[in-house]
Design a protein. Structure first.
Length: 143
């Protein structure tokens, strides 16, 4: 009998933080999981929901670095050879990540009538929808 454990087949990420750096890193984790053959669902809620607003709402996310903007941090990442927000988002989309945005989170912020990004297939739903999407043999992370 093998004692080898099998890695989870799905990663479900709750992207809650409105911090650019944390949302960026959620995309790093998602793209790495997708590239290694796992299914991924990204569930954006509360302030993180802004990242999916058209045309590039992520530029309005707050940052943890004093005096920096999301755009300036993204540019500094690019000069260091780190994937930019748009590159990571595009990689997740092309590797078939599932994007969900929380309807309660949108309503809480008064964003329910704001347009989301056209190039992404984004499902609007609630926590129950997200939990039903998560697999029993998967991992769930809260960012």
């Amino acid at each position: 009998m093998s004692t080898e454990t099998q890695s989870p087949k799905k990663l479900s990420l709750v992207v809650f933080s409105g911090s650019f750096e944390k949302v960026h890193y959620a995309l790093v984790m998602a793209s790495a999981a997708l590239a290694s053959g796992r299914d991924v669902t990204l569930f954006f809620t509360m302030e993180a929901s802004r990242a999916l607003l058209a045309p590039s709402g992520w530029r309005h996310l707050r940052t943890e670095a004093e005096g920096a903007t999301a755009t300036s941090i993204d540019l500094s990442y690019a000069t260091r050879g780190i994937g930019t927000f748009e590159e990571l988002l595009g990689a997740c989309a092309s590797l078939n990540a599932k994007f969900m945005v929380c309807e309660m989170g949108l309503r809480a912020l008064g964003l329910e009538n704001q347009a989301t990004r056209d190039e992404l297939s984004i499902e609007t739903g609630g926590v129950v929808t997200f939990l039903n999407d998560a697999q029993q043999n998967g991992e769930m992370l809260f960012v």
